[in-house]
Design a protein around this ligand. Structure first.
Ligand code: G1P
Length: 294
């Protein structure tokens, strides 16, 4: 029997420099795709996958996230008094969405370090890690797809996506062997090596790590046993590579469309696609785009 994955960790203490000046005084996790902050997409995906508790690793200047997942009595009172029931429900939804705990990462020392900060709140059980920059539009939530793999193989799983060689050095990259008898959705590799942000010439494959992980609690001691890597930071990729010495780790090429919403191009594309999908906005927005198509 595999232990149930109940908790999802959201590293969210990064400085968001790719989105300055918008992120100077506002967490990048609060940038809205259409009308919903990035982090809420990740939280909703987690809950739709059966996750019960959300742990946000936060830092200075990130208080807006805590306010977002809490009640705003003034706002709710205002909407209630004016009979704006749909908006009231939207405001309350974010507050009631999840059981959220926060832990502080006082220095931006890397993704591995951020995950290590969640150790006390995670405890001795498997957990998910969600990078809210990676927005994934999928029929079956990607975390749920990965949990199916985790439950079958009882081993850590990282999300993978094929990336063109000229862009590969922006990612963690794996080497792996296809699991021959795998019969689920997507495709599955048993990972043999991993490297964080390799130069394109030495990248072991075109399979990039995307920001969804199912991890086991032995990752915490692995993080303690690595030294700073790419960018002088403690890299989660290096800690998972260390785990490879003692246990199998799987890479799962998911079904779905991923947008790098931490990047301006990816953010704009996600905004357009999500707006087009909306019943209330899509038709008019499509007509607008068509009217100005070059
Ligand atoms: C992080 C991980 C990297 C992964 C990427 C996916 O990098 O360290 O392995 O490929 O997320 O988005 P970051 O983009 O935070 O530099």
């Amino acid at each position: 029997m595999t232990a149930k994955v109940r908790k999802a960790v959201f590293p969210a203490a990064g400085l968001g420099t790719r989105f300055l000046p918008a992120t100077k005084a506002m967490p990048k996790e609060m940038l809205p795709l259409v009308d919903k902050p990035l982090i809420q997409y990740g939280v909703e995906e987690s809950l739709a996958s059966g996750i019960e508790k959300v742990i946000i690793v936060t830092g200075r200047g990130k208080a807006a996230m805590e306010d977002h997942f809490d009640h705003s009595f003034e706002l709710e009172h205002h909407l209630e008094a004016r009979g704006k029931t749909a908006l009231l429900a939207t405001a309350r939804h974010a507050a009631n969405l999840a059981d959220v705990s926060y832990v502080r990462q006082k220095q931006a020392l890397g993704l591995g370090h951020a995950v290590l900060r969640s150790r006390e709140l995670v405890g001795n059980e498997p957990f998910a890690v969600v990078l809210s920059d990676d927005i994934i539009d999928a029929e079956v939530p990607v975390l749920l797809q990965m949990l199916e793999v985790y439950e079958k193989y009882n081993a850590p799983v990282v999300a993978l996506m094929k990336v063109p060689r000229e862009r590969i050095s922006a990612y963690g990259v794996v080497a792996g062997e296809a699991v021959a008898d795998y019969s689920g959705r997507g495709s599955l590799f048993r990972i043999t090596d991993m490297v964080e942000k390799p130069k394109a010439e030495v990248a072991p494959s075109n399979l990039a790590i995307i920001g969804r992980y199912i991890l086991t609690p032995d990752i915490f001691s692995a993080i303690e046993n690595i030294t700073p890597g790419s960018g002088g930071e403690l890299q989660l990729t290096d800690a998972i590579k260390l785990l490879l010495k003692s246990r199998p780790v799987y890479g799962y090429v998911f079904e779905g469309t991923r947008y790098d919403a931490g990047d301006k191009q990816g953010f704009l594309q996600a905004t357009v696609e999500f707006a087009l999908k909306r019943e209330d906005l899509g038709p008019e927005f499509r007509a607008y785009l068509n009217s100005r198509a070059l």
